[in-house]
Unconditional design. Structure first.
Length: 138
């Protein structure tokens, strides 16, 4: 397995089977151009097998933290440590970039994700709830 930071639209498009939906070139370009946005892709046999995306978040009184935005491992490559390796790689990038911590929101019943994050050293901060606003609805 080889984990590399994606730096081109073509790399992001080639990994679209790991996303919830198809990648759009214009959105991929915006992602790459945005300061503090990054994606690491795990390659097995030269093909994208998993990815993790991170977003740096800054606040005047806290400094910079890394949000693990999304983690995905292709079904045929699961349970091989790829998710843990991607999470650990993002943690190292966050350290190198001077982040004071890294966090992820995860559903409390998502046992595979919880196990992955535990194996990568994440602690449990307790019950988490998330509220969203649908900005696409009329």
């Amino acid at each position: 397995m080889d984990i590399r930071r994606a730096t081109t639209v073509d790399e992001l498009i080639a990994a679209e089977h790991l996303y919830d939906g198809p990648a759009r070139p214009e959105w991929a370009q915006r992602f790459l151009a945005a300061d503090g946005h990054l994606m690491l892709i795990a390659y097995v046999g030269g093909a994208p097998a998993g990815m993790v995306s991170g977003v740096e978040m800054r606040h005047p009184d806290k400094g910079t933290e890394m949000c693990l935005y999304e983690l995905s491992v292709h079904e045929g490559f699961r349970r091989r440590g790829i998710g843990r390796a991607l999470t650990e790689a993002l943690r190292e990038v966050a350290r190198e970039r001077g982040c004071y911590d890294m966090w992820v929101g995860v559903d409390t019943d998502n046992e595979p994700a919880l196990a992955t994050y535990r194996s990568a050293g994440a602690g449990d901060d307790g019950i988490f709830t998330m509220r969203t606003w649908d900005l696409t609805a009329d």
